[in-house]
Design a protein around this ligand. Structure first.
Ligand SMILES: [Zn+2]
Length: 201
């Protein structure tokens, strides 16, 4: 019989208390192609602590055109417009933009955080995939996680034309609106969210 080390319990409890009220950017890739990129891959299915679509959970098969899903409808209008323009162009190449996650309520993010800490065993590791309340671009509706792999592959070559940019190198599915990208191209990517100055608050 194995026992959980006492230090691990202390670390875990400290992490939970430190961020219990935080809302987070938390990636939920549904594409199986990302199963090795994110150990959180299995968290997308089902409801989280009773929280559902009204809090930002996105069912399978939802696209950027599905206004009936709050996780899509509550995205920033400028981001949504750019996504739909890009998706319309991508459709000509038989590529569909699926939304794995978009806008999220703070309650939903907090639930996801609790699951993340439990899964990673440390706040430090979870922070590579997570942002805090004040900074989470998903809570403000300014970020979207897209699938499937053909969509992210299409975007990697075309997104700047629509003002859409990948922000983190470790999250090829996470896109935000950067209008200046249509002229200048996308800004340099951060290795992961811990390198993003917006997350240092
Ligand atoms: Zn994201």
């Amino acid at each position: 019989m194995t026992r959980t080390p006492r230090w691990l319990l202390v670390v875990g409890l400290t992490a939970v208390l430190a961020v219990i009220t935080a809302a987070l950017c938390y990636e939920l890739p549904k594409s199986s192609s990302f199963s090795t990129a994110s150990p959180l891959n299995d968290l997308h299915s089902g409801h989280h602590g009773g929280l559902g679509e009204a809090d930002g959970a996105v069912p399978d098969g939802v696209t950027v055109f599905d206004d009936s899903v709050p996780g899509v409808a509550k995205l920033d209008p400028g981001l949504l417009k750019a996504l739909r323009q890009a998706a319309t162009a991508a459709a000509h190449d038989k590529v569909t933009f699926y939304v794995n996650s978009g806008w999220r309520s703070a309650a939903y993010q907090n639930q996801l955080l609790r699951e993340a800490i439990a899964k990673y065993g440390s706040e430090a590791e979870a922070e590579r995939w997570v942002a805090t309340a004040a900074t989470s671009p998903h809570v403000s509706g300014d970020a979207v996680d897209l699938g499937r792999s053909d969509a992210t592959a299409w975007l990697s070559g075309h997104s700047a034309e629509y003002g859409l940019c990948q922000i983190y190198r470790n999250e090829p599915w996470h896109y935000e609106l950067r209008p200046e990208a249509t002229v200048r191209g996308c800004p340099h990517m951060y290795a992961d969210p811990t390198h993003d100055p917006r997350m240092q608050q």
